[in-house]
Write a protein that binds this ligand. Structure first.
Ligand SMILES: [Zn+2]
Length: 319
């Protein structure tokens, strides 16, 4: 056993010791959990960083509700972390969108009694087979127990723990089912994946995302915030409205640069070769989304292609 394997084994042993009440079949599917980092952002709201999308928990006199639940194979460990923070049953779970690194824990959370809430299109996509051109993969429909029980079209309010948490649908942004959740008293906003703090955005064109909707979502987040608002991105560290505004400026400039190339009649390959995002590539293009992929999302979105185009340059630029 290598040192790293030994470390993983120790982590696994530690977590399993707290989960003896769970069925063995469920334990067998569990991956080694991440080391969770939980940050209290207000009297009631805490952010949890682990593996997958950032989670937020509101806990107070009315109980617990959770925003997003990372991957299926670490759902027991995330439930343990939420229990450690709150010590109460989870009443509601909100999914910011349908991706598996945000909804993977749904079945396990629902089995614990959480009522799942999401936009209508999250229900629609989770209940049917989905193909992603970008991932080049098909996702089977989720089991019934993982699906949202309550869905909504535009806005929803959750009155809990001393404030009205406002759930805002933002259209055709990262996907076609994105929600931004605003806690006005706590002064916290969860942006879902309409904000990748420190990284180029992933725009899921097959999932109904678009560059202009993505910018619109950033505008909505900015309009809800003040100078003291704590802003939770879908991925990356917590930040403030200044961080969100500078991200918006970069995304707008990237959009405008690609639009100029489209207007000049450049092909997608020519637009990528022109490196329109070069000034930010070092700082923001080293993550999940590289410059060629970002330009492809923007180009295809602006020209109405509506899905990711696989080209040779993506492989070279992805790492
Ligand atoms: Zn996502």
């Amino acid at each position: 056993m290598s040192p790293s394997r030994a470390a993983v084994y120790r982590m696994r042993t530690t977590v399993i010791s707290g989960l003896l009440a769970l069925p063995s079949a469920l334990l067998a599917q569990e991956a080694a959990p991440p080391e969770y980092v939980s940050t209290k952002l207000s009297d009631t709201v805490t952010m949890i960083e682990g593996r997958g999308g950032n989670v937020a928990v509101s806990s107070g006199e009315d109980g617990v509700f959770v925003i997003d639940d990372q991957f299926a194979d670490i759902s027991s460990a995330l439930l343990e972390e939420v229990a450690r923070l709150t010590g109460e049953p989870i009443r509601f779970l909100i999914n910011t969108h349908y991706h598996g690194d945000h909804v993977g824990g749904n079945t396990a959370f629902a089995e614990k009694g959480a009522v799942i809430i999401a936009h209508d299109n999250v229900y629609q996509r989770m209940s049917t087979e989905q193909f992603s051109s970008f991932m080049n993969s098909t996702t089977e429909p989720w089991p019934t127990g993982a699906l949202p029980v309550i869905s909504f079209s535009e806005r929803m309010s959750l009155r809990m723990n001393g404030e009205i948490a406002a759930i805002h649908h933002v259209a055709n942004a990262h996907t076609d089912g994105d929600s931004i959740i605003h806690f006005p008293v706590s002064n916290v906003i969860h942006m879902g994946d309409t904000f990748f703090n420190g990284f180029y955005p992933y725009i899921d064109l097959d999932g109904g995302g678009s560059i202009n909707g993505f910018i619109g979502a950033l505008e909505t987040g900015i309009s809800l915030a003040d100078a003291n608002t704590k802003i939770i991105p879908g991925h990356g560290p917590v930040t403030d409205v200044a961080g969100l505004k500078s991200y918006r400026e970069i995304v707008i400039k990237a959009r405008d640069s690609v639009q100029a190339l489209v207007d000049q009649g450049k092909s997608l390959e020519e637009a990528i070769a022109a490196k329109p995002t070069a000034q930010w590539d070092e700082a923001m293009g080293k993550g999940f989304i590289g410059p060629a992929q970002l330009v492809t999302f923007i180009y295809n979105s602006l020209t109405g292609v509506g899905s990711f185009t696989r080209i040779e340059a993506n492989t070279a630029a992805s790492h």
